[in-house]
Ligand binder design. Structure first.
Ligand code: ADP
Length: 617
């Protein structure tokens, strides 16, 4: 019944719990997604920084490589003009620059030197800047006859320094790096030896790749060398008028339109320089680079390595995908764990409710039972009272009626002076009142104090006394009583007189049961086991009817004729034994006859010795 009730209650409980999870679950899911997103964004920040930094490190390594490559390429030509300028034959040529024979020799010499060194051009300029001999004397556009005094390298050489300059050749239209050295004789400045180195070959080795680009800019930000041909002669920033003026004076980029490159330069955290260059061809995508820069003051230019950010971005995207997947996995695990927890909480809640309901039911039932028991007890009391009243009125009315008639007779007999007979009637009256007093005494037992005066009592002594007391009655009935008691020291805590009363009652019942037998027999046996002691009395009467076994201890239950038994003896005995913490049982012996057992707790010898064994009667 209770279970049926719970199973009815369960769907409601589950529905409540589910709706609770639904609301909380949606909020939790949103929170988890936000956390997931935050995780991905944080990863993006972290990964971008990391991979951009890696890109910069790679670019910086490349930058050093390019710088040493450039320095090396130029370095091998650096001392060539100086060596030539110091040579006596060369000085000799410079002393007569206008002499055609000398010029022819000069042309031959420069051509030979140029071929041997692998330079682009080698040429001699007089003190005014006029070229009087050149390695390209035989080409379509020879330098011979051209004045290059406007070139800074010439001016530097004239000042006695090593002339260094890079420019677009005004005659050849080819880019070159110029080294110039002064030629003098005895303090007189005669002119300069110049070696022009081609930059095309160096640039040729820098093929534009997907990963990186490399550019060299002059102090005005004009791209002079570039791995991308389309960037050549473009500027990093628009040139102002002053800069344009300076460039025009040096004629570094003659007849070249110096347009700014469409780019955007920005700084990132950690000093990172990002450069975005617009796609040159129509529709081409713009490119983003991490830019690292190195000044090369000797050469007078700046080297830039531009490392593409494409790889850093794709690595960042990979890291973000990994972070998203990891967060999703964690989220999934968390969801499963939370859901399991919710189910567990749900189940615990359901079990709690179920046990509460069960408790409530048990309490209800207990209360019902208690009420029913109270009713039964009440009914039992009333029934007992009715039975008792009937029995008592019967027990008392009979002797009262007899007493009345004996008294009437006695009165008549006295009036007729028949005193002897009257006296006999009075004797009968006395007997009847004695019987009535007996009944009343039995009834008084019900009002006894149950646990008063319990003392150690030796069972053998109680049995001896009781049988002594009954001797006359037993002899009259011709009964034989045997006692089997191996241990005469068995002691219990009891009331001596009350225990005698119980044994008396059992013996009286046994004699009643065997009243039709010529030689009634009964056997007593005293035994102790497991801290308990038993006194059994077996008779050889008809035994107790099975149907009556459960009733014989009820008050007023009797199978005897009215006037022979009150049905109180066993009921009183039962309660007396109970007062001694014992039990009184009745059963039938398999071979016939009834067996009554008094079972009591055995008192230890030490406890028994401590107390006086005799109890006042
Ligand atoms: P009473 O002896 O006044 O009837 P008891 O309470 O002593 O009251 O006994 C109740 C009933 O138990 C007896 O009427 C009898 O039927 C049954 N009884 C008791 N002792 C024996 C016995 N030894 N053999 C058979 N029946 C017995």
């Amino acid at each position: 019944m209770a279970l049926a009730l719970f199973s009815r209650a369960e769907p409601a409980a589950v529905a409540t719990a589910a709706s609770g999870w639904g609301l909380g679950g949606a909020a939790r899911l949103a929170l988890a997604l936000v956390a997931c997103l935050a995780m991905v964004l944080l990863t993006q920040l972290w990964a971008e920084n990391l991979f951009f930094e890696q890109t910069r490190t790679r670019a910086a390594a490349k930058l050093d490589l390019y710088a040493s490559n450039l320095s090396g390429a130029l370095g091998k030509y650096q001392s060539v003009p100086k060596l030539l300028a110091l040579h006596g034959d060369v000085v000799e040529l410079f002393l007569a620059p206008d002499d055609p024979a000398m010029r022819a020799r000069g042309n031959q010499l420069t051509e030979t030197v140029n071929r041997l060194t692998g330079a682009e051009d080698t040429y001699f300029m007089d003190a005014e800047g006029m070229t009087f001999a050149a390695s390209n004397w035989g080409s379509e556009l020879p330098f011979v006859g051209h004045n290059f005094s406007f070139r800074p390298y010439f001016q530097q050489a004239m000042q006695g320094r090593l002339g260094r300059y890079f420019a677009l050749g005004t005659t050849s239209g080819k880019r070159g790096y110029y080294f110039a050295s002064q030629v003098s004789d005895g303090g007189e400045i005669l002119g300069a030896v110049v070696v022009k180195v081609s930059l095309d070959e160096i640039e040729h080795g820098w093929t534009a790749g997907e990963e990186e680009d490399v550019i060299v800019t002059d102090p005005h930000g004009v791209i002079f060398i570039s791995s991308r041909a389309e960037w050549r002669y473009r500027t990093l920033a628009p040139l102002d008028a002053e800069e344009r003026q300076a460039i025009a004076e040096n004629r570094r980029y003659e007849s070249v339109d110096l347009r700014p490159l469409d780019l955007e330069l920005r700084s990132r955290a950690g000093g990172l320089q990002l450069l975005t260059v617009d796609g040159q061809a129509a529709g081409a995508p713009s490119r983003e680079y991490v830019m690292v820069t190195k000044e090369m003051p000797e050469a007078g230019w700046t080297l830039h390595v531009l490392a593409s950010t494409t790889l850093a971005y794709s690595q960042t995207v990979t890291a973000m995908v990994v972070a998203a997947l990891a967060s999703a996995l964690v989220l999934l695990i968390a969801l499963v764990v939370l859901q399991r927890r919710a189910r567990l909480v749900e189940r615990i809640e359901y079990q709690r409710r179920a046990s509460e309901e069960l408790e409530r039911r048990v309490e209800e039932r207990t209360a019902d039972l208690r009420r029913a028991q109270d009713d039964l007890v009440q009914a039992g009391k009333l029934a007992a009272l009715g039975q008792m009243s009937a029995a008592l009125s019967h027990e008392f009315n009979q002797p009262l009626a007899a007493i009345r008639s004996y008294a009437d007779n006695a009165q008549l007999l006295i009036e007729r002076n028949r005193e002897a007979e009257a006296c006999s009637n009075l004797g009968r009256i006395k007997d009847l009142t004695t019987r009535m007093a007996d009944i009343s005494k039995h009834l008084m037992t019900f009002a006894r104090k149950p646990r008063s005066e319990l003392r150690p009592v030796r069972l053998a002594e109680v049995l001896d006394d009781t049988l002594d007391f009954l001797r006359t009655r037993l002899e009259r009935a011709g009964a034989e009583v045997s006692v089997d008691q191996p241990d005469r020291g068995l002691t219990v805590r009891a009331g001596r007189v009350r225990l005698q009363h119980v044994i008396l009652n059992l013996v009286a019942n046994a004699l009643d049961a065997m009243k039709d037998q010529a030689a009634p027999r009964m056997e007593f046996a005293l035994r102790a086991a497991g801290g308990r002691v038993t006194v059994t009395l077996r008779d050889h009467g008809p035994g107790i009817a099975e149907a009556e076994l459960g009733q014989i201890f009820d008050p007023f239950f009797t199978t005897k004729e009215v006037g022979e038994g009150l049905g109180l003896g066993l009921s009183i005995s039962y309660n007396i034994v109970k007062d001694f913490d014992g039990v009184l049982r009745a059963e039938n012996h398999p071979e016939g006859g009834a067996v009554f057992t008094i079972e009591l707790p055995l008192l230890s010898a030490r406890a028994a010795a401590k107390t006086a064994l005799k109890e006042p009667a």
